[in-house]
Design a binder for this molecule. Structure first.
Ligand SMILES: [Zn+2]
Length: 79
């Protein structure tokens, strides 16, 4: 008789429903010269973190359309 116990189940990890995996982020884009500021909020699943970071990389090359300075992006995570 063989007992296959390679799959362990019921390890008591039921305390993390998917709703708890939601991360809220606030992005604030500002111009270092102070003539531009924009905030927006978003939320995403923890497993989508990498995708979200890639999408925010777009802002790395945004420039202020008033003075031409590179805009600064600040992210505030609410985990
Ligand atoms: Zn500016």
């Amino acid at each position: 008789m063989e007992i296959d116990d390679t799959q362990e189940k019921g390890n008591g990890s039921e305390d993390s429903p998917e709703s708890n995996d939601l991360i809220k982020v606030r992005a604030i884009i500002t111009c270092p010269n102070g003539d531009y500021k924009k905030k927006f909020r978003n939320q995403f699943l923890r497993k989508e973190m990498e995708m979200m970071i890639v999408s925010f990389k777009v802002f790395d090359w945004l420039t202020c359309n008033k003075c031409g300075e590179l805009l600064k992006l600040d992210l505030e995570f609410n985990i």
